[in-house]
Design a protein around this ligand. Sequence first.
Ligand SMILES: NC(=O)c1ccc[n+]([C@@H]2O[C@H](COP(=O)([O-])OP(=O)(O)OC[C@H]3O[C@@H](n4cnc5c(N)ncnc54)[C@H](OP(=O)(O)O)[C@@H]3O)[C@@H](O)[C@H]2O)c1
Length: 235
Amino acid sequence: MPTILVTGANRGLGLEFVRQYALAGWRVLATARDLASAPELQALAAEHTSVVIAALDVTNEIAIKHLSVTWKDERIDVLLNNAGWLGGRAEQSLDRLDYQTFEEVLKTNTFAPLVMAREFLPQVLASEQKKIVVITSGLSSMTNTVRFGNLYFYRISKAGVNMAMRSLQADLRDRGVKVGILAPGMVDTRLLRNSGYEGPGVIDAPQSVSAVMGHIKNLDQSAELILYTGEQLPW
Ligand SMILES: NC(=O)c1ccc[n+]([C@@H]2O[C@H](COP(=O)([O-])OP(=O)(O)OC[C@H]3O[C@@H](n4cnc5c(N)ncnc54)[C@H](OP(=O)(O)O)[C@@H]3O)[C@@H](O)[C@H]2O)c1
């Protein structure tokens, strides 16, 4: 039974990853910032003995280290960095540029996946598949950022994590690790609703997750930016 670790598993895409991987017969190590307010995740864990849950705020480096010790004997086939934060729209508007928000967005979206990779590397290396994945965003593409700007902090954080994961792939290639940089599309979750986007092309979480799971399954060591449709996006 392969094992996946999912961050931000209490709602949105993270919760759906837990559901679909559990149904596919995986052991799922599901983490969420506040387990007390994660009733749907608790229900999944009650339903599937293969779902193990633990509290984790990904911005807390010490907590990541502790959890890695708790799970030191696990073999983690896929380390899935899903947790992410948009940051408030007003706080990252050009006339505000609130630095504290910038720091929190970077800590959550860019720094945390790297720390997760460092702390859980032994468990990934001990596994069969050896995959480290980040859920990035199409908004990270510099080439595609021509029609509308805005969401400065979020875009910067996702472009940054793309580079972090590409560097990670270069560093860990010889050890057999495969790194995925996957964009889930515009998915109907709280994050998208908070972004203010009201245009077409929105998909639901089950559709996005099953497509992304297909890309995780077929991951190689190219570490390109791949949309849920399979399209390779320009950096
Ligand atoms: N929805 C989209 O259209 C879209 C598009 C592109 C990329 N993405 C990416 O997809 C990923 C999942 O987002 P979503 O769409 O499912 O949004 P969501 O429903 O807002 O979920 C975000 C998840 O991240 C968690 N999280 C945020 N900060 C955290 C922290 N410090 N520690 C632990 N967990 C934290 C949240 O937990 P709390 O409940 O505790 O806040 C929540 O579980 C994110 O990386 C996002 O950037 C989404």
